[in-house]
Design a binder for this molecule. Structure first.
Ligand code: AMP
Length: 418
């Protein structure tokens, strides 16, 4: 196949057994979030570009260099969604959800697009599930969201979890902190990378995210944002922590955690899996009390998180999961003239919820048997000349090698009894 026809770098085809894991996870996500009273929301795959530049922030990596944007035939500037919160908030405002319900607890499973450098755990098309609780300013809402994320990973038996948490307060405290951080970093300016030197002027908080060793050393002695927050912000944060304590959820306060997007305030958090290497963040989120207003709605507090599904899959111990479905029955049809009978039997078994495979390649009995073995089918049903003559089929237990000879009208009850 020519290179130009292959899938795009940073995208993946998900084949065969891997899809069992996706289906297993998706149904787990739905069940888990329904337990917390969250309802699913689905938003379009593309939006007006300015929705993202306004919410995520022009200085962020996502908006400045990673979005898949284009102008359509009508001259509209459009972008494939790089994240979901902005779309959820847009829908919240557009459909007046705040009027219908004082608190909206929403979740999504969605596909996102960012033109990043592809590597393990980082792709250009990837999937996230996430939650948004829009309406409550109280710390118990933060704690519920964080506990939900943490408990979800626990429920899947994922080990090596670290919950990192911080508060970046409200604008006033954050601005004071930015001044202090800039003052602290300025004497080191010439030692900083070109990017950090630029960020020192535009948004010094982003330098705290650095992955460069010598910058990390400098940052380690930087002032902490928490010391610049007002009394209310500090009280909010300590209530969130005490609620997490009451659930025995362990956390690390990480003074360097500020998260990349512009819209966060107060609580920010990330859950990491140390086994994942450099792309170790399973999920991240925080409070965004000003975003609804910024996008044209009434001032409404909110908090949420987004969680990468590909990284979740990399974290699963697949041997522990019973997600690989064995076909219950493989129907072996030996002649074209028995197709009608074979079709009827297949359909009636499927109507009883059995997983039934039938051959459509008109292969020999031997190669159909081989295929049944390859698929690890529990039983085969053979429909041949003898069987049709006597209105019976041969049922073979593939694990034990035993056989039964059963009349057509008893096939379903035979399997239902098993
Ligand atoms: P973010 O929306 O950047 O806060 O990311 C939230 C979560 O989505 C991360 O913790 C990752 O698990 C996942 N994620 C973000 N970007 C990517 C990507 N390019 N490829 C795969 N997963 C990603």
């Amino acid at each position: 196949m020519s290179e130009s026809l292959k899938n795009i770098k940073g995208t993946q085809d998900i084949l065969f057994d891997d899809n069992n894991i996706w289906q297993y996870l998706e149904s787990n996500i739905h069940n888990f979030l329904n337990k917390y009273g969250f309802s699913q929301i689905r938003t379009p795959i593309f939006e007006n570009t300015n929705l993202f530049s306004k919410s995520i922030g022009l200085q962020t990596d996502i908006v400045s260099k990673e979005m898949y944007s284009w102008t359509d035939q009508g001259g509209n500037n459009l972008t494939l969604k790089p994240e979901v919160t902005a779309s959820v908030v847009r829908a919240y405002i557009q459909h007046n959800l705040g009027k219908k319900n004082p608190i909206n607890k929403l979740y999504y499973i969605d596909t996102l697009f960012r033109r990043e450098r592809p590597q393990k755990g980082r792709y250009r098309q990837f999937n996230q599930f996430g939650v948004e609780a829009i309406g409550s300013a109280h710390p118990e809402q933060d704690a519920e969201i964080i506990a939900l994320a943490y408990n979800f990973y626990k429920s899947l038996n994922i080990k090596n979890l670290t919950l990192k948490i911080n508060s970046i307060g409200s604008e006033e405290g954050r601005n004071k902190y930015k001044v202090a951080l800039k003052k602290y970093l300025t004497p080191y300016k010439n030692k900083l990378s070109a990017l950090s030197q630029k960020r020192l002027e535009t948004n010094p908080l982003r330098i705290l995210d650095t992955k460069i060793d010598f910058e990390i050393k400098i940052i380690n002695s930087a002032p902490h944002i928490i010391d610049f927050l007002n009394k209310e912000d500090k009280e909010h944060f300590s209530k969130v922590l005490s609620l997490l304590d009451s659930l025995s959820i362990k956390y690390d306060i990480d003074h360097k955690l500020v998260r990349g997007l512009d819209y966060y305030c107060r609580t920010v958090f990330e859950i990491q899996n140390s086994k994942l290497g450099s792309q170790d963040a399973l999920c991240g989120g925080g409070r965004y009390d000003y975003l609804v207003e910024e996008l044209g709605g009434k001032p409404t507090p909110a908090i949420g998180f987004a969680a990468g599904i590909e990284r979740l899959i990399l974290s699963l111990n697949k041997d522990e999961l019973s997600i690989f479905k064995r076909p219950n029955i493989y129907i072996i049809n030996t002649e074209e003239k028995y197709l009608e009978s074979s079709f009827k039997i297949t359909e009636s078994l499927r109507n009883n919820n059995f997983i039934v495979i039938n051959d459509t390649l008109r292969r020999s009995l031997k190669s159909q048997m081989k295929d049944a073995n390859r698929l690890n089918a529990l039983y085969t049903i053979i429909i041949g000349e003898d069987e049709i003559k006597n209105n019976k089929v041969t049922i073979k237990n593939m694990d034990k090698g035993t056989q039964d000879y059963i009349s057509f009208d008893k096939i379903n009850s035979y399997f239902l009894k098993k």
